[in-house]
Design a protein around this ligand. Structure first.
Ligand code: A3P
Length: 280
């Protein structure tokens, strides 16, 4: 059954990530100039990937996710001669050891977990690689328990936040990208040491707007060279609403209370949690 998930190191993965690829992550040979694009699913990974791809003179190749596929994966990644930008939804713990040793640059994208949960609910509904969960209420329960692909949102974010002072890691918020795109873009280009003019910046903004990306997805659908999330090769599944605060249309007052209590408990010492508070 294609949509069955499997557990590896206590975390759920889709069948698109084979156990052998997960087992062999530490055999991946990182290059010093690799850039990793990391996120919990549905945090805006495709958006940031598109932004990075559209930076002129970046000289990069966006690869498919490191945890997608089988063991031939690592040979395939060796073929790229340009600077690689490698997306992944892996936890910090599972990241290949050479990436940590070589202190590769890492962009971690974070989004408020209520919108992330709603977005993931629809991904489960629409994505044939994920099991079908009948109701929002049932899905939310799984989400809060961490019984969803890539595990608990809280564990993912907190695991990465432990490394927030590492100089090679940049944290980017989905909500800030929406509100102050130029500011987020500047953070990204500065982090990658790439100069971008103001006119180039506004071109990037146009090319990576939600509507442009959604329209392009229809045209370039299923381009096997453009897979960013290890959960789908169908880009049409990705561009749903693209807004901040859609959760309000799904959470009952009771669900909000339960969520807020858990968030308060899990995130009580978290700076990222404090940054996200205004969106909850
Ligand atoms: P919604 O389901 O809330 O619409 P990921 O790329 O990590 O899978 O995240 C997908 C989410 O990012 C979806 O959220 C999608 O609509 C949103 N998204 C994708 N491209 C976007 C863009 N250019 N601007 C704003 N949101 C975008």
């Amino acid at each position: 059954q294609l949509s069955a998930l499997h557990t590896y190191k206590g975390v759920l993965f889709s069948s698109l990530s084979s156990e052998e690829v997960l087992k062999s992550l530490d055999s991946f040979d990182a290059r010093e100039d690799d850039v990793f694009l990391v996120s919990y699913p549905k945090s805006g990974t495709h958006w940031v990937a598109e932004v990075v791809e559209n930076i002129p003179s970046a000289g990069i190749t966006l690869t498919s996710p490191i945890e997608l596929g089988d063991i031939s994966k690592f040979e395939e990644l060796k073929m790229h001669s340009k600077r690689r930008v490698i997306p992944t939804h892996l936890s910090y713990d599972m990241l290949p050891v050479t990436v940590k040793q070589k202190q590769c640059k890492i962009i971690y994208i974070v989004r408020n977990p209520k919108d992330t949960a709603v977005s993931l609910f629809y991904y489960y509904k629409d994505n044939p690689n994920l099991p079908s969960i009948e109701t929002w209420a049932a899905f939310l329960e799984l989400f809060l328990k961490g019984d969803v692909v890539y595990g608990s949102w809280f564990d993912h974010v907190l695991g990465w936040e432990e490394h927030k002072n590492d100089k090679n890691i940049l944290f980017i918020f989905y909500e800030e990208m929406k509100k102050e795109f130029a500011k987020s873009l500047k953070k990204i280009t500065t982090f990658l040491d790439i100069n971008v003019s103001d006119s180039e910046m506004s071109k990037i903004a146009q090319k990576t707007s939600f509507s442009t990306m959604k329209n392009n997805a229809v045209k370039e659908n299923c381009d096997p060279n453009h897979i960013i999330c290890a959960l789908t090769s169908d880009r049409n599944l990705v561009f749903r609403k693209g807004v901040v605060g859609d959760w309000i249309n799904y959470f009952t007052p009771k669900q909000k209370t339960v969520f807020d209590e858990l968030f308060g408990e899990k995130m009580k010492h978290s700076e990222l949690g404090r940054c996200l508070q205004e969106y909850l």
